[in-house]
Unconditional design. Sequence first.
Length: 137
Amino acid sequence: MSSKKSSAPFGLPGKQIALMENILFYLGLTFLIIHEMDAIRCKEWRILPLLSLLDDKNGQTVFLFMHIPLFAWIFYSLPPHPGSDLFMVAFDIFMIIHIGLHLLLLKNKKNEFKDWISWLLIVGAGVFGGLHLWVGT
């Protein structure tokens, strides 16, 4: 056994340090994932282009299943994947823009994202995305 001490802060392995450095990103992603759960409750497919053309049963089914490849791609793109830093910056920007998209759809008569829970999740994702950008990766 080597007696050499770790050069990472607090003696933590590098993977744990990377997680700590990116906690703001992961908090934003968590808010967005929970928002997508809330989107089922609020029937988000009713206000999205193309999906709004479908009846509720088919719209919900397509909306639900399209998130499987979407989230698989997101998780695949996270560290230690090469290029994850660029992905995280782009996703931070998306989380901020996502607030604006919901503001644009606010007056849509089929929009059910009206309560504080929905807006906490939407804005929370954008705030943590912005903080992660501000702090830097």
